[in-house]
Structure formats: C-alpha cells, structure tokens
Design a protein around this ligand. Sequence first.
Ligand code: SAH
Ligand code: SF4
Ligand code: F3S
Length: 453
Amino acid sequence: MKKLFIKTYGCQMNVYDSVRMAELLAPLGYAPADGAADADMVILNTCHIREKAAEKVYSELGRLKRLKEARAAKGGRMIVAVAGCVAQAEGKEMLARQGAVDIVVGPQSYHRLPEMIARIARGAGHVLETDFPAEDKFDSLPEQRAHVGPAAFLTVQEGCDRFCTFCVVPYTRGNEYSRPVAQVTAEAERLAANGAREITLLGQNVNAYRGIGPDGERWSLALLLAALAKVKGLDRLRYMTSHPSDMSDDLIAAHGDIAALMPFLHLPVQSGSDSVLHAMNRQHTADEYLRIVERVRAARPDLALSSDFIVGFPGESEADFEATLALIRRVGYAQTYSFKYSARPGTPAAAAHNQIPDEVKDARLQVLQALLTEQLHAFNVTCAGRIMPVLFESRGRKDGQALGRSPWLQPVHVEGAAPLIGEIAEVRIEEVQPNSLKGALVRPAVRERVLVQ
Ligand code: SAH
Ligand code: SF4
Ligand code: F3S
C-alpha cells in the first residue's frame, strides 16, 4: 500500500476535485495518509484567486522539499504534484521556481494523473499537463464514489465566460462547460445510494448551467434541480456559486416549487456601487441585484442570503464604499465572505492606475465586516427557540454529540445525536453561540422527506 496526502485550498470545486483525484488514485494502491510526512505522494490542490492564496502554496512547497529530502535520505521517494488553479496559471514557471515539484497538472487534466505518475516512475523528471484536453475529464474518471458523507458536492458546471475584471477564474478554469444531465443524475444517484442526503451542485457560474438533456435540448439549472429532486434518498439540494445576471425566471420560480431546494442562496454582489460594478464588468446595477433578491424572496419567503464582497477595488471612493454598506443594510445577509481587492497578474483591473492603498482597504474591510458580523448574529438570533430539521454530518468534540447543518447552512451541535449521523432530525435551537447554534432533539430522526416550514 502507498500513501497519498492531498491538501486542498480555495473553493468547493477544488474540494470536489480532490475527492475525485483520491478516487482516481485508489486503484493504483494509494490509501489516504494522515499527513505529508508519511506520504508517498502529495498533491497540493491550489487556488490562485488572491495573492495570499497563491503564496501559501510556495511556502508549503518549501516545507515539502525538506520532507522529500528527508525521505530520499532514507532511501524512500515522495512524488510532489501541484494541481488546481496555481498549477494552471503558472505551469512551467512553477517547475523552475520550486525544484521539489514533480508534476504540475491543471484542473481540466487531472484525470491523466495515473499516466503522469507512470511517466515519473519511468524517470521522466518533471511532467506538466495544463492543456484543456478534448476528451471529457468526467468520462475518464472512475465511477465509484464509495465513501461519501451525508452532504456531498457535485460539480455540474466548470469555467466562466464572464471575465469580471478582477478575477483569474476564466483564465485558470477556461470556458464555461456544463456536464450532460444524464451524467449528473447518474452521479447523484450513486451519491445517494452511498449515503448522501444532501447534494450541493457546484460551478464557477453554476446558474449558467446549460447541460445537454436526454431529449437533446439544453437544460437549465432549474430543470436539472427538478430532476435531481426526484432522486430517491436525496432530501436537500443546494447550488453555488451564482452570478446575479444568470438568475433566470425559472430558477427563481424553482425556489418556490422545489421543496428539496434549501432556502439559502449564495448570490455574490461584490459591491453596491454602480460605477464599481461597471468597472468590475459585473453587468448589472445595484438596483437590478436588489430586484432579483426581492423576487427570490417572494418565491421563497424564508430564504436567507449570502454574498461575497470586495473592498478597495481600483478607483473605489468613500461614496462607493458607502453604497456597498447601504446595499448590505437593504438586503440583510445571513452569511458572507469579504475580501480586500488583490491585484492578479493578467487581469484588466491589475493594470488600473487608481489602485487603493492597503491601509484604506484594511479600514474599509473592518467596517464592512463589523456590519456583516452584526447581520449574521441578528439572523442567528431569529433562530433561537425555533424547531428546524438538521442534517447530522459528523461527531462533535463531546461524547455523543453530533454536528449538523440547518437548512440555512448554520452549524448546529446537539448532544446525544451521534447515532443520527447521516439522518435528518427535528431540533429545537436552544442557544445562539458566536459560530454555531446549540440545539436539542425534538423527536427521533425522520426518514421521510423533511419539508422546511
Ligand atoms: N463565480 C463567483 C466567484 C468565484 S471567486 C462569482 O461570480 O461570484 C470567489 C470570490 O472571490 C469572488 O466572489 C470575489 O469576491 C473574490 N475574489 C475574486 N477575485 C478576487 C480578487 N482579485 N481580489 C479579491 N477578491 C477576489
Ligand atoms: Fe470570476 Fe465569478 Fe466573475 Fe466568473 S463570474 S469572472 S468566476 S467573479
Ligand atoms: Fe481558487 Fe480556482 Fe476555485 S482560483 S477559488 S480554486 S476556481
């Protein structure tokens, strides 16, 4: 038995890819390692979205170089592979900059890893694969998805054609591509048969999904969700990440029509200022975003919203920043991610002359996050005393305790719920804690479809 260690950075799509890589390499005799130190193969599945994310990879590679040398000194061998978006963006430079790297493989070509490992074993030195190959990666991956948790990710769409001026994704992940409906439903059925009760459909721009259906027509995400809602054993569906301009009428309606679709929507807006949105090439105004939010809320009144924000985009004035705060106050978010603008090589915004000083970005981020934390807490407080279905996913720190998620993605911990892992049960929320909710079981787990009140 050989040991494999995968370290994942970045978004959920990387989490999904890491699972698939582990499945791909299992038939070659690779079993999971506890850490890099005892691994025969280490894969860093990297993220290029912000400078910090990319830099982390190089410091980790420095550490791996020492582990690799220590292993070689004992007559062993460690293969180091860099996968993901840094691999795609830097390719050859990566091999030049860090000699410990054996394999550089982009997000569209990791199905070729077995062949790349064989080339290394035959003494190839380094192997680089950063093409966007013609064959379907998903067709080349093994089918079994044996060990799945109660909540699984499923990538249905990859790439992005939107070219927001700050973002590397269109360059690292390529053009938009949607997996065929039949391929997605088959994978969802396997996930459900292996214990998944919830599936989050993933895509860099998932609501632009346009996969070929069994009828030969292009299906929308709404149609795909309706089909997946019929898969036996699947009680909960989610999707992320969505672009506001791709919130089509049928998708908005789906939030009211499909009971399994959870009342939570991650809909990044980035900024509340029209001029910043324009400079970002987001292709909608703040008002248009607010109207979409209103319409989804009308379809599903208990919907909670989440978003991403960028502060300090080139040219962002104090008034622009105030407009972002005003939009946040208008919407009221349940969860959010916020970042300081990070200039990414090769993107249009990186070349802008009106960059914002770091101190200003820091100060704005602080103000923004204080408001968002307040909103998160306010939302959690509305949950106190309520009864809600929780999907238990893992054991808690205390004996017998289990951790699960509410329909609104809040972490909920419940004493005595450990036997219910993999089940959905009704929980009364007793206490709102800073990062989670504490609840108590109301009645035994229910196997029938749970409807959210
Ligand atoms: N497809 C998604 C976003 C994927 S990237 C969307 O369109 O919303 C995830 C988040 O990272 C983005 O929403 C944005 O807030 C942030 N981000 C992307 N590029 C960034 C950059 N150069 N600097 C700071 N944050 C960035
Ligand atoms: Fe990046 Fe999202 Fe814009 Fe695409 S839509 S370019 S992934 S921020
Ligand atoms: Fe990062 Fe690539 Fe995802 S840049 S956020 S890992 S698509």
